[in-house]
Design a binder for this molecule. Structure first.
Ligand code: ADP
Ligand code: MG
Length: 678
């Protein structure tokens, strides 16, 4: 058979199986080769019986001591037991409803057994082992790959097709990795690597092969990102002649930090050079990203063009409006708000004002993406809290003008590995300096026992003129004994009757939410109980205490974000996470936050503990999924791949010398990503 042949022609694969394989993306033998094992079971190691470990799957070589005996336990259930020996001790094999094994175990013969061990009072028991004569190397004595499956498929089906595919490998496989890259990385020829990843002789071989495949994934992705970057930088950006910010700086109530100024300068340099700005501003919560965006929007408006700023929630859009409208007003520039909750008439008027160019700066939510929102002359687009939006939404916003300068902002500190992947097509500025006068937030991880003291502490913060956030995982009464916001609000109202308690959650009507948030911001509410609706970006400098109920059920990065809601004013602020009494794991996680306030360290920890799933969530980033690469563990490989891809692209920007590579990258991105590179 040839690699291009359909898996339907493999013996033992009927039309039904072929259809199921198709669901895994395996139509041809070549596809089967690219379906790498999820993991391996190492059955090469033989363990002496005396050294077996409880609960592990292990392999022993042992002699059958006496004929197996079958006993009837109850209706429809019998158990067959057999004692086997090696030089170190004895082991009981136990099979349920498999009395037929008795006939294939000959007394006095040695077999290889593989199965899960359970330590019992009378000694080790191996549960329903697989077995074969020593040396048969079918089910023991080898490293068994296991493949991703779907209902109705078995590992043996995958073995069939991968066996057939390996048999069809030509003597020399064309390799899309450039020869120089292969040599530098010390990779074996592709054919050998494929054999090793599917049928490794030992674990070391499997590891080596895996490294190559991980490198490949990252390399392809990096090349793709590089091509995207090249596509953008080949264009010219919207021209903004007047790049002076003096009036803007003068209108601000404070001096910008060095980091803010550097970020703004990086942007204006790009614009001055005629390049389309395409930059990620990364900075911890409270680092003042909004002002960087505001400066860019100001430049667009000042040059008679338009700017748009998109935020993920109404609350946040309104907050931006409240900060920026007076600022732009003082500078003689118009600024408008467009969100989903506007009344029909107001919405229509705003949309018309945008189209007529009467509004210079437009702030809003997803509502901005609607087709009927047309700009007269859009030059700058800002996406705030970028991780809440996908690559496609980012693109949809910039498509509302020509050669639009794009600025994306993120407070979710993304581990380097992910940043390189998700934002590989963007330049990055880090705002690594907080506005002056901020103090560290004192953080505590506590258990239920501390509740009376924490309640008293909440009261004291209010007495001293501060305000308090209390965040709960649920709105109403919920499953699994978690704390509901409604219940917490009632409890605190009863416990602290002299304090003004308010409640906001995802089901609160927009107008009501706005009223409450305004009251909290204005100091007319002491304690704001909420769900994570306040997670992103909310800014009330007078708030000095953040209490999070059930801290153990949030991600570390999310908790760090919540903590960032306080410590925004000059006063000492505090953060309390409940949940430290929910087991060792929970305590460990929460302790991470007590010990560090570096968002990047926390994000990295989060990634290690919870995997990339959270970051990749709904896949809305629109990039090809990783088959093998472990984003937390493979940082070094990623960095090497990225460096080599960049070097290659620097010498050969369109990959004309490497047509095979280019074809692979295009195929990958055409299936999952942004389409064409041209
Ligand atoms: P984030 O980076 O989380 O979006 P914001 O832009 O909301 O942060 O800024 C947080 C707070 O810090 C706001 O109240 C803002 O007015 C204030 N701020 C921003 N820059 C400065 C500065 N250079 N000096 C003092 N306060 C600042
Ligand atoms: Mg912000």
């Amino acid at each position: 058979m040839k690699l291009a042949d359909s898996v339907r022609f493999v013996r033992g694969v009927g039309p039904k199986k072929a259809e199921l394989l198709g669901r895994l993306g395996i139509a041809t033998l070549e596809d089967a080769l690219l379906c790498y094992p999820r993991g391996y079971e190492d059955r090469t190691r033989v363990t002496p019986i005396r050294r077996l470990l409880d609960g592990e799957k292990q392999c022993v070589h042992a002699v059958v001591g006496a004929p197996p005996r079958t006993a009837h336990i109850r209706r429809g259930m019998d158990v067959t037991r057999c004692v086997v020996y090696d030089e170190s001790g004895a082991l009981t094999l136990q099979f349920f409803n498999q009395s037929y094994v008795a006939s294939s175990l000959q007394t006095g013969q040695e077999y290889a057994f593989f199965g899960k061990i359970r330590a019992e009072k009378r000694g080790f028991v191996m549960l329903s082992p697989e077995f074969e004569p020593v040396g048969a190397a079918q089910c023991t004595g080898r490293v068994l790959p296991f493949y991703p499956l779907t209902a109705g498929l078995h590992q043996r089906d995958l073995y069939r097709v991968t066996d057939a595919a390996l048999a069809a490998l030509p003597g020399e496989m064309p390799d899309f990795l450039p020869a120089r890259v292969r040599a530098q990385q010390g990779f074996a020829p592709l054919g050998d690597a494929l054999r090793a990843i599917h049928r490794p002789q030992d674990m070391q071989q499997a590891q080596q092969a895996r490294r190559r495949m991980v490198f490949e994934e990252f390399f392809l992705l990096s090349c793709g990102m590089g091509l995207l970057r090249a596509r953008r930088s080949g264009r010219c950006g919207a021209k903004l002649r007047d790049l002076s910010l003096t009036a803007f700086y003068r209108a601000l109530p404070f001096a910008l930090t060095g980091a803010q100024q550097r970020a703004i300068e990086a942007c204006t340099l790009d614009i001055a050079a005629g390049r389309p700005l395409s930059r990620l501003i990364q900075g911890d919560v409270g680092s003042g990203k909004t002002m960087v965006a505001a400066a860019l929007c100001y430049l667009a408006a000042k040059n008679g063009r338009q700017a748009v700023m998109m935020a993920p929630t109404e609350l946040l859009a309104q907050q931006h409006m409240q900060t920026l409208q007076p600022l732009y007003g003082a500078l003689g520039l118009s600024c408008g708000l467009l969100t989903g909750s506007l009344g029909a008439r107001q919405k229509r008027e705003t949309v018309q004002a945008i189209e007529a160019g009467e509004l210079s700066v437009v702030i809003g939510t997803h509502a901005l993406l609607r087709g009927d929102v047309r700009f007269r002359d859009l030059a700058v687009a800002v996406v705030d809290e970028q991780h809440r939006f996908g690559v496609q939404q980012r693109a949809a916003l910039t498509e509302k003008g020509e050669n639009v300068h794009l600025l994306v902002m993120s407070a979710t500190p993304i581990p380097r590995t992910l940043a390189l992947l998700l934002y590989g097509d963007l330049d990055v500025s880090a705002i690594d300096e907080l506005p002056p006068g901020r103090q560290k937030v004192k953080t505590y991880a506590v258990g239920e026992r501390m509740r009376p003291r924490i309640d008293a502490f909440i009261d004291r913060q209010c007495a001293e003129g501060g305000q308090v956030y209390v965040v709960c995982p649920l709105v109403g009464d919920g499953e699994s004994g978690r704390t509901s916001a409604e219940h917490t609000a009632e409890r605190l109202t009863a416990a602290l009757p002299h304090r003004r308690v308010a409640l906001v959650h995802g089901r609160t009507k927009a107008a009501e939410k706005e009223r409450i948030m305004a009251a909290f911001a204005g100091g007319r509410v002491d304690i704001l109980v909420s769900t994570t609706v306040i997670e992103v970006g909310v800014n009330v400098p007078n708030a000095t205490l953040m209490v999070v109920e059930d801290g153990d059920c949030f991600g570390l990065s999310q908790l760090h974000q919540l903590r960032g809601r306080v410590g925004r004013g000059a006063r000492q602020s505090y953060c309390v996470f409940y949940g430290a009494d929910r087991g060792e794991d929970a305590r460990e996680r929460l302790k991470t936050l007590v010990h560090t306030d570096n968002g990047f360290v926390i994000a990295q920890k989060d990634l290690e503990m919870r995997g990339a799933g959270d970051f990749f969530g709904t896949r809305q980033h629109g990039l090809p999924p990783m088959k093998l690469a472990d984003l937390a563990g493979d940082t070094r490989v990623l960095e090497q791949a990225r460096r080599m891809a960049d070097a290659l692209l620097a010498a050969d920007p369109a990959l004309t010398e490497e047509p095979q590579l280019r074809a692979r990258v295009e195929k990958l991105f055409a299936q999952h990503g942004e389409g064409s590179f041209n």
